[in-house]
Structure formats: structure tokens, C-alpha cells
Ligand binder design. Structure first.
Ligand SMILES: [Zn+2]
Length: 355
């Protein structure tokens, strides 16, 4: 099973998801905010012969367009389009498969997703493939019927373009770009665990319409918190899979599951989740820190170059040190190194389907 390097969609994407589940590994889904992080994600994938998912939150997309743009909604749309065009142009040259995806969209952000599907429709007419591989809807704040009815509407739009939909059932703790929930470390936090019955309902409403995946909550939390009383319970994923299998007599692990809030998780729990059909794990907090930590170290080691163009005492020119390419490259290297680790943890090293 070999795929052409570059951005994948439609049946190629479905093959990629199947290969992950059969092989017991997952792809890192990396939140990016500009060409530095996008290129570093592709560099890490290429270094490790791994396929990769590049994704943008609404805020990440807006930042990609530039914060000087006045119309924030327009920036979220055009930033996501610009980022996708950049990846379509370059991905094949990195020699790996790239999945293009957008992260959490709550009710207020549904128009953002619809506008991006409009762009994919136009792109599809010109190129025979969509601009994005998949989008996420996160209506987990709403009741299950409202959540799933909207997912049905959006998946019906996406399926003819070969696009996939990621949905959220149950609540991922913490916050991602203003979408999410504070974690109360003293509450019982039962709302942080998805009910397998809800997953079954999603399967029944969506599986005949098109390809979809489920971000199920099993105690995962966005961001890194001090160890509290939120426990990862991956068996919730197993129970959801087996309820669908039993009810509909499907093959093993029929659902495509997504792991949000993986930063800071115990490695054994990640490994366990992978055996239950998780093909995608989001990484943001840890790569954000790696990027910034590397800049911090560079600044510390070259402090004078950030204060003087020429040394006031001995006249040494600092141009080579303050050139933004120097410290941005240091940031990219830190980002790549953190992804090397994630790719190893997720088992996707050496597994690219690109030939
Ligand atoms: Zn998330």
C-alpha cells in the first residue's frame, strides 16, 4: 500500500487511517501558527519517515493571515486557506504524506468551517481534491442530538469532496484557543468522560454518510496541569469500540478515535489508547514550549546581540546573531526535536505510506 507524497484526502486518507489502526500506531497532529511551525512539522516527519497531521485552530489560522488584518473572521478563513496552499505546494517535496485539518470549532465557529468548505468546493473543481483533508466540529457543550444533527449537516457537505469530519463527544478538559472548559481539580469530573452510548449514537447517525472520527474524552485535558484528580481512563475507548462492534456486528475497532490533550500524558496510557483504535494524537502545548524554550536559550546565550547592533565597548558587530533566521531556526530545531520524541512515542517512525 503506497501513496503519493503530499497532502492526502478521500480514499488515500482512509487508507492512511486504516494503516495506523492496523499497525497500532498514531500520527502526531501538530498545531501550527505560521510557516516556521508548518515547515518544522514537515521536517520532523521527513526526518522520521513518518506521515503527519498539520492542523490549525481558528486562532492559529488568524495568526497565519497576520494580526494586522482588521476583519478577524476574514483572517481566520484566509489564514487557513493560505496555510493550506503553502502545505499543498511543499508537502510532496518533503516526501511524506500530510493530512490537513482544522481544530476545535464550537457553535460560534461553525461559519468558519462552512466558509472553509466553500473554499474546498472551489479547490475541488480546479484540482479534483479538497483544500483540507478534514475539519473538526466541537459541539460537545450542546446536548447530544443538537451536536450530532449539526455533524450530519456538515458531513453531508464534506463527503462528496472526499473530506472527513472529526466530532467531539464528552468534554476535553482545559482550554484551546478560547474553546473548552476549565478543569476543577476538586470536582468529580465525571463530565470529562464520554459515554459509550453517545458514541454508538454517533456511529449510527454518521457512518452511512461519510468518513468521520471521534474525539472521545477519557480524562484527557488540554494543556499541562499539575497531577490532580483527573485520571486517564483509556478503557472508555475500548468500551465504546466494543459497544459498536457488539450492536452492529462490525470488525474490531470500527471507530476512528482521536486523542486530544495528550501533552504531559503518561506514556503507558498513550500506548494503551493506541490499541483501542486511536490513529491521531494532538500535540500543541509541548511543541509551543519547545519552540519558546529554544528561543529563550538562544537569547540568553547571545544577550548583547538583542541589545546592540555593535558592541558599545569593543565594536563587535552582532548582525549574524540578531538575524531573525538564527533564533527562528533555533526555535524550529526545538520544535522538531520535540516532535521526534512524539513520533517515537506514537510509533509512527518509519511508517510513512509515501513512495
Ligand atoms: Zn483538543
Amino acid at each position: 500500500m503506497a501513496l503519493k507524497p503530499g497532502v492526502v484526502s478521500g480514499e488515500d486518507y482512509q487508507e492512511l487511517v486504516q494503516a495506523c489502526k492496523k499497525g497500532g500506531y498514531a500520527l502526531a497532529a501538530v498545531n501550527c501558527v505560521g510557516t516556521n511551525s508548518v515547515n518544522a512539522a514537515m521536517e520532523a516527519a521527513a526526518n522520521n519517515n513518518s506521515d503527519i497531521i498539520i492542523q490549525f485552530s481558528n486562532g492559529g489560522a488568524e495568526f497565519f493571515a497576520g494580526q494586522g488584518l482588521k476583519d478577524s473572521f476574514q483572517a481566520k478563513v484566509l489564514g487557513a486557506v493560505s496555510a493550506a496552499q503553502h502545505v499543498h505546494l511543499l508537502a510532496e517535496h518533503y516526501g511524506i504524506c500530510v493530512v490537513l485539518h482544522t481544530d476545535h470549532a464550537n457553535r460560534k465557529l461553525v461559519p468558519w468551517v462552512d466558509a472553509l468548505i466553500d473554499h474546498s468546493e472551489v479547490y475541488y473543481k480546479a484540482h479534483g481534491r479538497p483544500l483540507y483533508t478534514s475539519h473538526m466540529l466541537d459541539l460537545s457543550e450542546e446536548d447530544i442530538d443538537k451536536n450530532l444533527n449539526e455533524c450530519v449537516r456538515v458531513l453531508k457537505r464534506m463527503a462528496p469532496l472526499g473530506m472527513s469530519l472529526e466530532i467531539e463527544l464528552g468534554i476535553t478538559g482545559g482550554e484551546e484557543d478560547g474553546v473548552g472548559h476549565e478543569v476543577d481539580e476538586h470536582a468529580d469530573n465525571s463530565h470529562l468522560y464520554t459515554q459509550p452510548e453517545d458514541v454508538l449514537k454517533a456511529y449510527e447517525m454518521l457512518s452511512s454518510l461519510g468518513h468521520f472520527s471521534v474525539a472521545a474524552s477519557f480524562g484527557n485535558v488540554h494543556g499541562v496541569y499539575k497531577p490532580g484528580n483527573v485520571q486517564l481512563r483509556p478503557e472508555i475507548l475500548r468500551n465504546s469500540q466494543s459497544l459498536v462492534t457488539k450492536t452492529h456486528n462490525t470488525p474490531h475497532n470500527p471507530l476512528n478515535l482521536v486523542f486530544h490533550g495528550g501533552s504531559g500524558s503518561e506514556k503507558e496510557k498513550i500506548a494503551e489508547a493506541l490499541t483501542y483504535g486511536v490513529f491521531k494524537m494532538n500535540i500543541d502545548t509541548d511543541t509551543q514550549f519547545a519552540f519558546s524554550e529554544s528561543v529563550g536559550q538562544y537569547v540568553e546565550a547571545n544577550m548583547k546581540a538583542f541589545q546592540y547592533q555593535i558592541d558599545p565597548v569593543d565594536g563587535t558587530p552582532y548582525k549574524k546573531q540578531y538575524d531573525p533566521r538564527k533564533w527562528l531556526r533555533a526555535a524550529e530545531k526545538g520544535f522538531v526535536a520535540r516532535l521526534d520524541e512524539a513520533i517515537l512515542d506514537l510509533g509512527s517512525k518509519g511508517k510513512t505510506l509515501a513512495k
